[in-house]
Ligand binder design. Structure first.
Ligand SMILES: [Fe+2]
Ligand SMILES: [Fe+2]
Length: 297
């Protein structure tokens, strides 16, 4: 007999519940991230966390076999995937995922109101949300540095793709909210699978493995909260649409990153997305994260 603590993320919620949950999330997010440094697109508590990692670096005992292979393939795959070792593939795939996130938030940051011009609670939440995403890119960068990759550049997409990402946050809510939610959900799914892969591939480097997991957990805890928060923007029809979007979205996005198909079980990731209910996450993450009241059993 299993008594589940949490319900499907696709569980219904009425307008009143959603309003109360936005208020609750706003309290949570301010305590969680600390002071917003808008000029730096950064948050006080997150900045201190990153500094702690940077001040106490961990390095591989055996350096990556072929860092040049990473640098040659991280923006775009140039070599035959089969010729690359698993660690390199994992790191180039992770970079590509994070790069998409970075491009998306860069475009959004300039097109949504800053904090001084955020009058609704939803606008304020969205501003802090974006600052958190910038912190994630710094954490991913630190993960790569931990593997000895300190010359990584965050390369923009082509001008057309960049423009599309810039327009996206200006779309009206009924068009933008469902893909925005599914994208956050995809993040959590990917990070859970990434975490398992890190355990597997870095078993020979226990200190680095632990550090990579710590850095990834910082990101995942935020991302779990984002899933609930973005879900909270959506009414009952949008929830049905969101569930239908999981498969095409995950498929499209992961097809764009060849490493993912090579290392991960995309079918399982789609299944995990459609069935997502918070119960698979470790308690220490749940304690630091945020879950909508209507997803609690
Ligand atoms: Fe993120
Ligand atoms: Fe996020």
């Amino acid at each position: 007999m299993s008594t589940k603590k949490y319900l499907s993320v696709f569980s219904p919620a009425n307008a009143e519940q959603r309003k109360a949950n936005f208020e609750d999330y706003w309290v949570f997010t301010q305590q969680h991230g600390g002071e917003l440094f808008e000029d730096d697109r950064d948050l006080g508590i997150k900045r201190a966390r990153l500094k702690h990692f940077q001040d106490n670096p961990v390095k591989l005992k055996t350096p990556l076999a072929n860092p040049d292979a990473f640098y040659r393939n991280y923006v775009e795959i140039k070599d035959d995937l089969k010729t690359l070792d698993q660690k390199t593939l994992l790191l180039t795939g992770m970079y590509k995922f994070a790069r998409h996130e970075w491009v998306g938030i860069k475009g959004a940051w300039d097109s949504v109101p800053d904090m001084a011009n955020s009058h609704s609670i939803e606008d304020k939440i969205s501003r802090v949300h974006l600052a958190e995403e910038f912190c994630h890119v710094r954490l991913f960068d630190e993960m790569l540095k931990t593997c000895g990759l300190d010359k990584v550049e965050w390369v923009p997409l082509g001008p057309i793709k960049e423009k599309i990402y810039e327009q996206f946050p200006k779309f009206p809510g009924f068009l933008m909210d469902t893909p925005a939610f599914v994208t956050e959900l995809m993040g959590v799914t990917f990070y859970c699978h990434l975490s398992n892969k890190i355990n597997e591939l870095f078993a020979d480097e226990p200190e680095v493995r632990t550090r990579l997991q710590e850095l990834l957990a910082e990101i995942t805890i935020d991302e779990v909260a984002h899933v609930g928060q973005r879900r909270n923007f959506i009414g009952s029809i949008g929830m049905k649409v969101s569930k239908m979007l999981v498969k095409p979205f995950y498929t499209l996005f992961f097809n764009d990153i060849p490493e993912v198909g090579e290392l991960f079980d995309v079918k399982q990731m789609i299944k995990d997305g459609e069935e997502f209910d918070f119960n698979q996450l470790p308690d220490y993450m749940i304690e630091k994260s945020w879950i909508p009241s209507y997803c609690r059993a």
